[in-house]
Design a protein. Structure first.
Length: 202
């Protein structure tokens, strides 16, 4: 019975992946209606990439009337499954506010909530953004100490350090450490440069 269950799980997973590939192919070809029709049943089954793509299509009005409320619904479904991409996207939406007549009302508390969720799930861009919000006092009391903590955390993130050590030689890092006596700006610069260099791979 156990082997049968594993076989069925693998088979279902293969079918879902094949259906997603078809849907994504339609999206790339700008066949938006076909893409929507294929993404939706997958998203309703809890398939995170499909939920993200449906959110994006409603967010940008691709093949459907732009609808931020519907976009957020799909993003939230993915975010509730601990998807850091969705959490960061929601953070951006609430940090900036989007759409005419405040379709998405700016809410810095919600933005910080989703950024912290994404950061906890290992998304360094969210970690860096939290640092910026503390630096500027966006929705929180301005705190250079807290900003520095989050910038340092960004730079020390495993996925960033593994990439940067191969991309950015130690002499340049040492130069920054030696020449930026202000620890806040040192870690801000290190974090920012790290994310620039790893943007394609993260």
């Amino acid at each position: 019975m156990k082997l049968i269950a594993i076989f069925l799980l693998i088979t279902l997973s293969s079918i879902v992946n094949a259906d997603f590939d078809d849907a994504y192919g339609h999206l790339k070809q700008k066949e938006y209606i076909k893409a929507l029709n294929e993404f939706k049943p997958l998203a309703e089954q809890g398939h995170i990439p499909s939920q993200m793509n449906l959110g994006w299509m409603h967010h940008k009005g691709l093949g459907v009337e732009q609808n931020y409320k519907t976009a957020i619904k799909w993003y939230e479904m993915a975010a509730n499954q601990d998807n850091e991409d969705a959490q960061h996207t929601l953070g951006n939406l609430y940090r900036n506010g989007e759409g005419k007549k405040d379709a998405v009302t700016k809410d810095l508390n919600k933005a910080m909530y989703y950024y912290k969720k994404a950061s906890d799930n290992g998304f360094p861009y969210s970690t860096f953004t939290i640092g910026v919000m503390y630096e500027k006092g966006e929705g929180v009391n301005k705190s250079i100490k807290n900003a520095t903590k989050w910038f340092k955390k960004t730079y020390e993130h495993d996925s960033v350090k593994k990439k940067i050590l191969g991309l950015w030689d130690s002499f340049r890092i040492t130069f920054l450490l030696d020449n930026y006596k202000d620890i806040h700006y040192k870690y801000r610069l290190l974090a920012h440069k790290s994310l620039e260099l790893t943007r394609v791979e993260l």
